[in-house]
Design a protein around this ligand. Sequence first.
Ligand code: AMP
Ligand code: TRP
Length: 323
Amino acid sequence: MSKIFSGIRPSGKLHLGNYLGAIKNWISLQDEADQAIFAVVDYHGITTPFDPKTFHQQVMDVILDYLAAGLNPDKSLLIRQSHVPQHTELAWIFNTITPVSWLDRLPTYREQLEKTKANNMGLLDYPVLMAADILVYKSDLVPVGEDQLPHIDLTNEIGARFNSSFGETFPNVKAKLTEGARIMSLKDPLAKMSKTGDEGIALSDSPDEIERKISVATTDSGKEIHYDEKEKPGISNLMTIYHLLSDKSLTDIESGYAGKTYVEFKKDLSDIIVSFLQPFQSRRKEFENNLDQVVSILEKSEQKCRALADETLSDVKSKMGLI
Ligand code: AMP
Ligand code: TRP
């Protein structure tokens, strides 16, 4: 039994990569966990450029996606990070034991810096807040995509340093990766699927949009539906999506499409995606029409989380001589 924590930034509508790389995993984990907390990490979201006019809606969009995907408020606590201020309080404490050299070498920081050119402290400090998100609940299992592994390592380094400086407090944290943890862009199969534009399939895309995006998705030279990440990254990525949504193995897909064309394969794949997304989208509409209920789910969860996080903070502060 474990204590689970995970989070997603509110930087746009969730896409199939978020679902297959993260949320799908969460749904099954919430049944077995001792404690399951899923956050919209809005304080992480403001470390890169954002629009204050749409930010609130973006936070609610992620919550609606969580609920529609099957996160069950009877089993999981669903929170907005900034509504549990203990996360940032513990992050400050962690700042005082984290060498800058642990942070400025991280690939995620380097990438974001390159992209946004905005070298703010928040961007550098991003993983320290993430460590606090996880450890403030003494969580020990974190379902994420593989791009997040360096952050989980750092969380353990920070936890271990706290433990050795002030006494055993934090558990060791394990990442839980899903199969297909890295879904690639439809345009450039060498880059990760992200929230923007045509490269990704948003969970809210209409059947027409899905069909169009899949029909223009980059495939590779040759004709066979054959899995080979190196030589055929485009078709391999589409096969992975097919496999994960249909539960057909890659070998079954290969033999089922022997002698068939990319066009036929793509047509079936868009049907699979559309029928997977339809129930999701209708559940999402129901929640959208009951926003009061959604806000009340959030408020109840946040209240419980503040109480849980306070226990850890009192322990931490007392070990440090702050109280
Ligand atoms: P982000 O959208 O970057 O905030 O990521 C939220 C979660 O989704 C993290 O656990 C990521 O690892 C995961 N994720 C994001 N993009 C992908 C992708 N293309 N494939 C698989 N997982 C992803
Ligand atoms: N850094 C994660 C991402 O970009 C989001 C995140 C913030 C997170 N805090 C977390 C994920 C805690 C897991 C646990 O996807």
